[in-house]
Design a protein around this ligand. Sequence first.
Ligand SMILES: [Zn+2]
Length: 154
Amino acid sequence: MLDPLPPHPFAKHVLRPVASLDLLFNLKPTSEPLFPHAEQLAHLLTCSHQPYVLQPFKRYVIQPSNLYAGVLCPHCSRVVMHYFHRTWHCPTCGKPDASAPVRVLEDYARLFAPYIRLNELVAFLKLPDRFAARRFVKKFNFETADKWVKLPVN
Ligand SMILES: [Zn+2]
């Protein structure tokens, strides 16, 4: 017959909480709540809950005019890409990337608002004109309403 294993050096730390749980499970239900102010606390938490509003310009004291417009090359991360032949091309590495502006618009949505006007889209992405902006919106199936475009938010 094999000798029993010696107890684990931390066995007493593990066994004590398990014994405490057994004690809790064996408690008889009473009419008095375990935490008398739990309901009041839950009500206060529910009433105080509100969505977190990201305000990076206010928090980091940045002016929106200090931001650079345009689509940065995801490969170089320094160079603004040029739009021609219906896609973006990097003037340094020469790589085209049609989805690069989508990431830029996700940043725009986080910084400003989840909606953008077509003329703002032209300026922010440095598109040649509003017709290119409309083709861009149609290509990526962005929702539109009048002159507004709903941006992707991740
Ligand atoms: Zn590049």
